[in-house]
Design a protein around this ligand. Sequence first.
Ligand code: SAM
Length: 346
Amino acid sequence: MENTESKNRNLNKAKNAKFDEFYTQYFDIEQEVNAYLDFDKDTFRGKTILLPCDDPEWSNFTKYFAQSFERLGLKKLISTSYAPESKNVKFDYEPTLFETSDPQFDSDKTKTNGKIFTLTRDKNQNGRIDIYDLEWEYLQGDGDFRSEEIIKLRDEADMIITNPPFSLFREFLAWIVEAEKQFLIIGSMNAITYKEVFPLLKNNEMWLGVHSGAKEYIKSDGEIQKMGNTAWFTNLDHGRRHKPLILMTMADNIRYSKHKEIRGIGYKKYDNYDAIEVPYTIAIPDDYEGVMGVPISFLDKYCPEQFEILGSNRGVDQDPNGVYGRGSLINGKEVFKRIFIKKKQQ
Ligand SMILES: C[S@@+](CC[C@H](N)C(=O)[O-])C[C@H]1O[C@@H](n2cnc3c(N)ncnc32)[C@H](O)[C@@H]1O
């Protein structure tokens, strides 16, 4: 019999599959990358970067990193694309003029094979390395990131950067983590409480990026796709995560909080464990020493020097001690999606 976890998983998979084919805007990539450079201008210097779900004709990741090759001091850029016939989302595929006008164009392979683009040198000898110096060929296979061919490229790379197919997010993240690579990828905020994802956040092996995920992406027909719930996931260090949140004391929150659930009332306690419910990140009392349940959006503001993460209420497997994972109740009513945190002992 299918258990709830795998039922939910299949449901999510179906829902996510339609988001497998949408594209990130140049500005969103540039803005996020700049924030890592602000923190350490050499973040990308001397690195080999693999963009494993990125066809340059579509992907702004390829465009951005090719155009920034020299400024970032990259050693090598590799961008691989997935064969049109293997894609989850079918659409009328037409190869571009760039491809059809190339002597190596193959009218079968263009549909059934992936492609690899590499950038290492000033091929056209115009004095700068940029997108016009990309060299390409067909891959042996369809470019599936799980194939031997792409695994080899992953192993060669220092960093994996992309917006991967949402329906394969867990697998994609595990694929990066098992190879112990640096990464910067986009995913759904919902992924935070997946059992494969949450432990990495809890153990500070992964964190959210500097900016919240983009609100708009581009669909394959060129139309805008609004997405309210995406995030950057990374293990590249950045400045925002080392800035503690400025918060009020519990007494001041009760006196002045802008949230009516707290002002003049205070904080509720959970029925099933010794922790207080904090429904808004900004209402975390900075002098409370005990455990607090906070919304998952807290992770956007999480500073590991200020708080430690103890668990989440989204499943026992996320919570080895079995304290929080079984769900949270207040006056018998379930409180959804909370992360449990505690002030870090100095
Ligand atoms: C969400 S889109 C993002 C595309 C691009 N990275 C961007 O941000 O503009 C994910 C891409 O991954 C490709 N893809 C789907 N399954 C894949 C797989 N198993 N291996 C590699 N790429 C895959 C899709 O065809 C799609 O182009």
